[in-house]
Structure formats: C-alpha cells, structure tokens
Design a protein around this ligand. Structure first.
Ligand code: CAA
Length: 393
C-alpha cells in the first residue's frame, strides 16, 4: 500500500467588503416583517461592495495575510473560483497573482460552477500536492452575489472571499479521500453572460439543493465514506443560513435518523456566524462556514474530530467530503483578523445601497477614475482602454 502524506488546508483567511446593509434597513424599505429575514432565512445583514471593490480586490485582501505569514515559496499554482467573473477570457487570479507579487513560475486559472467551484479547486489542489508534497496551492473563493432589486433573492445577497493555502501536513484541516459527487442538469439558478444579476427559481433551487444532498451523500457512502454519526460538525453551503438547517434535516431524514431541532441547532450554530452577517458569498460560503466553526467562541477543541463538508453549486454540482481538524489547530487561527474584517464594515442607508446596486462600470473604453470609497489593502482605481487598473495601498 502506498503511504500518502496528510494533505489539506494549512491556513485560511477571509475578507469582505467596505460596506454593510442591515436587513432591518431592507425590511423598512420594502415593508417585509423583519422576522422573515432574521428567523425565516436566518440573515441579519449583507456585505455590499464599494464602487472600487470587486472579486479581485476581495480575493487579494483574503490571500495577502497568507503570503505575509508563509511567503510565496512553494506556491506554484493559484486557483481562483468565482461565479462573478470580471472577464470572459482572462483569469481574475492573474490580477491577484500580480497584486500579491507572486513569482512568475506559477500557473494560474479560474474555475466556474456557480457556488461549487472552490471545492473543485480544493480537490484539484490536493491532487497536485499528492503528486509533489513540496508543492503548495493557493485556492481562493471570491464572489459578489447580486440579485435584482426588490426580488425575493435580494435579501440573500452578500460578498466575501476566502483564501486557502493547501499543503502537505496541514496545520488546520486534513482532507480525507472519499468524496461523494453529484451532477444534475437543472435550471435553478444561472446568470447568462449578458446579465449582471442572477436569475433564480427560489423554491426550485431549494429542492435542487436537497436533491443534491441526497445524491452526493449516496455516492459518498458508496465510496466508503464515514457514517453520519462520526461527524462532530457539518459545514454546508449557506445561500442563507436557514438553508443549512433545511439541508441537515433532509440528510438526517434520508439516512433514517431522528431530526432533533435542539441537536441540529447545537451542530450548526457554530458554522453560521459569518454567513449570517455577510450574506451569500457563493463559492466562499461553505469555507466561511468552516471559518465560523474554527473561530467559534464556544471554546470546544475539535482536534482530531471529523467535520463534514457539503458544497453545492446550482445548475447543479455538489460534493460531500470529510476533513479532520489537526491537533493544535487553535494556535494558528486568524480569529481576531476575521472579526475585524466583519466589524470594520461601514453601515450604509438604503439609498446608498440602491445607488451602489444600480451602478455599472463604464463600457466605453475611455479613462475613468473610480471613486475612492474603500479603505482595504487593494482597490480598483480606474478603467482605461477597457483595462482594469488595480492599486495596492
Ligand atoms: N417570521 C419568521 N419567519 C418567516 C416570516 C416571519 N415574519 N415570514 C416568512 N417566514 C419564513 C417562511 O415561513 C419561510 O420559511 P421556510 O422556508 O422554513 O418555510 C422563510 O421565511 C422564507 O419565506 P418564503 O419562502 O416565503 O420567502 P421567499 O419566497 O421570499 O424567498 C428564497 C425565499 C426562495 C430563499 C429567496 O430568498 C431566493 O430566491 N433566494 C435566492 C436563491 C437561493 O438562495 N436559493 C437557495 C438554494 S440554491 C443555492 O444554494 C445556490 C446559491 O447559492 C444561489
């Protein structure tokens, strides 16, 4: 038998936007009873990008602390996963590579499959590290979720990036081999190239998600995966945090387990802290769930415990896999920086949110300086000749 080194997530860092809109403000505008947002979908506020932020600035802000800590030695691959691409041809990762000053001896690529693609990136990264255990891969999930104003999806918008450094002998999470995968051609959520906002069939998308939970769990068990009761925690893709509860309840039912609401709350509450105040961050969402679990203030050391991951991307592709938390993981967390990233956001009023939502970048190829609204480490400073000009602070 060949012996494989443990491979997985060595470090994790998140970033989110300059602005935040509380759901109470949205509810006051559209007359919705705020309980529908706070309890019904489990969302308190949404991250809103400034005019000079995009998936590149978010991705670079998430990844920069990883490079500051570990350097770039050994990073020969950068994978950027996104639903909200800024270019049909050039990978957003190339801009990030440049902003971070990574060496030219690097391969960079962008991956897409709605909210799922970062998980594909993680699995591809593990394959590369297995081939050469000195190889490190930077996997970045970066997304801005945008639905039409005054549509049902509007309350589930959000934006964030999560950067993962994937290595052998990882300090945070060892990813296990069996993976359950599932694909079905459904039109639950999609965004044609000519649209800035997603199209969605809300109820169909929930049904499609639950079907995918069954499908990838079934494959996971057929691949020799763990029993459900082995898991100390479950990190679900969270388009809104209530969805994690729907998915978990569905999985328990499907596998013939009792659905105890208190037990579900204990299991899931530790994974929702970031998503409930950030909103849907598409590819980053399931890794924000992991960040919440790791940073969770409830004090339980999960060293050696198994954690389940359920990654879902509409359309649809899903994957169920497991990781074990590396003993000592609590000494290498970035909890204080993550809390700062969430708390530093400036609250905006409804009119400002609406104006930012309606804003589109000029498409005339002229020179345009963008308003300096953001205060993060990187910004989209200008457009010139159809090119995006980024600067670092
Ligand atoms: N107090 C407490 N709860 C309330 C309430 C109140 N005053 N009013 C309503 N609710 C509850 C409802 O009972 C409902 O709960 P259940 O689902 O448990 O029954 C919940 O609030 C939502 O109410 P509705 O279903 O009436 O809400 P809606 O029709 O306006 O839309 C939505 C909800 C479909 C999620 C919509 O926000 C949407 O389309 N979102 C975008 C799509 C999405 O996120 N889909 C998720 C699966 S797809 C995916 O995961 C990929 C992805 O990221 C997009």
């Amino acid at each position: 038998m060949t012996h494989h080194p443990a491979i997985g997530i060595h470090d994790l860092s998140l970033a989110t936007t300059e602005f935040v809109l509380p759901h109470a403000t949205l509810a006051a505008h559209n007359g919705t009873e705020v309980g529908k947002y706070h309890i019904g979908i489990g969302q308190r506020s949404m991250s809103v990008p400034a005019a000079d932020e995009d998936i590149v600035t978010l991705a670079a802000a998430a990844a920069a602390p990883l490079i500051a800590t570990h350097g770039s030695d050994g990073i020969r691959t950068v994978v950027l996963a996104t639903e909200s691409a800024i270019d049909q041809a050039k990978s957003a990762g190339v801009y990030v590579h440049s902003l971070l000053g990574l060496p030219s001896a690097t391969r960079v690529v962008e991956l897409k499959q709605a909210c799922y693609a970062a998980t594909a990136g993680l699995q591809f990264a593990i394959g590369l590290v297995r081939r050469d255990p000195t190889h490190k891969v930077l996997v970045i999930a970066s997304d801005i979720s945008r639905y039409d104003l005054d549509s049902p999806g509007e309350a589930t918008q959000g934006a964030a990036a999560v950067a993962l450094l994937v290595t052998a002998d990882p300090a945070l999470v060892r990813i296990e081999d069996p993976s359950g995968v599932f694909t079905a051609d459904v039109m639950d959520f999609w965004r044609p190239n000519y649209r800035d906002t997603a199209l969605v069939d809300g109820q169909e998308s929930i049904t499609a998600y639950l079907q995918a939970v069954e499908g990838c769990w079934k494959d996971y068990t057929e691949q020799g995966g763990r029993a459900l009761q082995d898991f100390a925690a479950f990190c679900y893709h969270q388009p809104f945090t209530k969805m994690a509860y729907k998915a978990h309840r569905h999985l328990l039912n499907y596998t013939g387990h009792a659905t105890d609401e208190d037990a579900a709350r204990r299991t899931l509450a530790r994974t929702t802290a970031y998503n409930t105040v950030i909103g849907n961050s598409y590819t980053a969402s399931v890794y924000l769930a992991l960040a919440s679990l790791l940073d969770s203030a409830d004090g339980e050391d999960l060293s050696g415990k198994a954690v389940a991951f359920l990654s879902y991307g509409s359309g649809s592709v899903a994957e169920f896999f497991a990781g074990t938390l590396t003993p000592g993981y609590r000494t290498v967390l970035r909890t204080a920086a993550h809390t700062r990233a969430v708390q530093r956001r400036r609250e905006i009023d409804y009119a400002t949110y609406r104006q930012l939502h309606q804003r589109r970048l000029p498409a005339d190829g002229g020179e345009h300086l963008l308003p300096e609204q953001s205060t993060g480490p990187f910004r989209l400073a200008a457009l010139a000749g159809h090119k995006r000009i980024y600067t670092a602070r």
